[in-house]
Design a binder for this molecule. Structure first.
Ligand code: SF4
Ligand code: SF4
Length: 69
């Protein structure tokens, strides 16, 4: 199983990913990172690991982790 990892410390709260996600799996949280931006979190139950957020994020917040074979 693939899993989406969110490196929230790099997020700048631009919300590109939230608008792009076809599953509405992403949302802004109340957690503020060291840069002063509210970070994004993923609802793993909704995420299908399509990789769209990975492609649109300008700050390399997302990582798609390949599962163990
Ligand atoms: S991988 Fe796809 S489904 Fe999962 S959060 Fe990103 S855009 Fe949404
Ligand atoms: S696109 Fe990247 S930087 Fe912008 S809100 Fe989403 S995770 Fe944060």
């Amino acid at each position: 199983m693939e899993k989406l990892i969110v490196h929230g410390e790099s997020c700048k709260s631009c919300k590109y990913c939230i608008n792009a996600c076809p599953k509405e799996a992403l949302s802004v949280t109340t957690h503020i990172n060291d840069k002063g931006y509210a970070t994004v979190a993923v609802d793993q139950k909704k995420c299908v690991c399509c990789g769209i957020c990975y492609n649109v994020c300008p700050d390399y917040v997302f990582e798609i982790q390949k599962g163990e074979v």
